[in-house]
Design a protein around this ligand. Structure first.
Ligand code: CP
Ligand code: NVA
Length: 309
């Protein structure tokens, strides 16, 4: 199906499973190749991805650039501050114009309503490279990483610690689609979006909220955290203080299953949401997770162009 990828539900469970399978196959097929070499079938030859960034990025920018390159296409990077968008041209007009130049648009922005508006005026697929509400591309990579590390998604117990943010919203959305459970350990006042929780529960996922970090991780298969201060937020002293009991350190990690994996979308704020001992420890799969952004992005692109699922 051709379409926008603003949230995981835009694709649905079958397409997400197809994305993960295709990513596994493509990753294996090019093992050991130079990273700039195109996949043998060059499925997106002649296609250009426009990428608008209203916020900083390392992984999302680099992985999308290399993803479209490996699929045989090209990318165009646009920092919003250097675009007319940054001095008042509307989202709608930007969407109409860019649709005449590029074959798909990826945008990283703040207000999710902006990406919805862009998608409604674009005549090419629009991809969510992170908004304040959600980060679906990250979660395709996370699910791929867990499967690679031997975890079956149905019934998996995933513990989230820290801030109830955009990454958590997409994990909760994925839980409903892929039938795993999420124990959310966040301090009072920093809960995630209830609409994602309600939808996941309606889809059969068990989503529990606790203020007790140890209870959240007890017997978990996966422990996940993210920065306590997302882009656009203040590094507020009272927020950091509220988050401290939810720091993932070796002691907390020891409460999960012995074969539990640790995920972090990165960038990490070492010594805040997670300690070096956990980030660099034996249960951490964060570098595979970061690499998998590339492989997952390729699947997202192929789905948007109707070549998958
Ligand atoms: N995880 C992630 O989206 O990283 P970047 O902010 O570097 O793109
Ligand atoms: N929650 C973080 C994720 C960064 C990839 C943020 O929005 O800044």
């Amino acid at each position: 199906m051709t379409g926008h990828f603003l949230n995981l539900s835009d694709a649905g469970a079958d397409a997400i499973a197809a994305m993960i399978n295709d990513a596994i196959d493509r990753k294996a097929a090019r093992a050991g190749w130079p990273k700039g070499k195109t996949d043998a079938d060059v499925p997106l030859a002649g296609h250009t991805l426009g990428m608008i960034f209203e916020k900083n990025s390392t992984r999302t920018r680099a992985s999308f650039e290399m993803a479209i390159k490996q699929l045989g296409g090209d990318s165009m990077f646009m920092a919003s501050g250097q675009m007319q968008l940054g001095r008042g041209e509307t989202i709608a007009d930007t969407a109409r114009v860019l649709s005449r130049y590029v074959d798909a648009i990826m945008i990283r922005t703040d207000d999710h309503a902006k990406i919805e508006e862009l998608a409604s005026y674009a005549s090419v697929p629009v991809i969510n490279g992170l908004t304040d509400l959600s980060h679906p591309c990250q979660i395709v990579a996370d699910l791929l990483t867990l499967i690679e590390h031997g975890k079956a998604l149905p019934g998996l117990e995933v513990a989230w610690l820290g801030d109830g943010n955009n990454v958590l919203n997409s994990i909760v959305e994925a839980a409903g689609l892929m039938k795993f459970n999420v124990r959310i350990g966040v301090p009072q006042g920093y809960d995630s979006d209830p609409a994602f929780i309600d939808a996941a529960r309606a889809n059969g996922a068990k989503i529990t909220i606790t203020r007790d970090a140890a209870e959240a991780v007890a017997g978990a298969d996966v422990v996940v955290t993210d920065t306590w201060v997302s882009m656009g937020q203040d590094h507020a002293h009272n927020k950091i203080a509220a988050m401290m009991p939810y720091q993932v350190d070796e002691r907390l990690m020891a409460g999960a299953k012995p074969n539990a994996k640790f995920l972090h979308c990165l960038p990490a704020h070492r010594g805040e949401e997670a300690t070096d001992g956990v980030l660099d420890g034996p249960q951490s799969v964060i570098w595979d997770e970061a690499e998998n952004r590339l492989h997952a992005q390729k699947s997202v692109l192929l789905w948007c162009f109707g070549l998958l699922g």
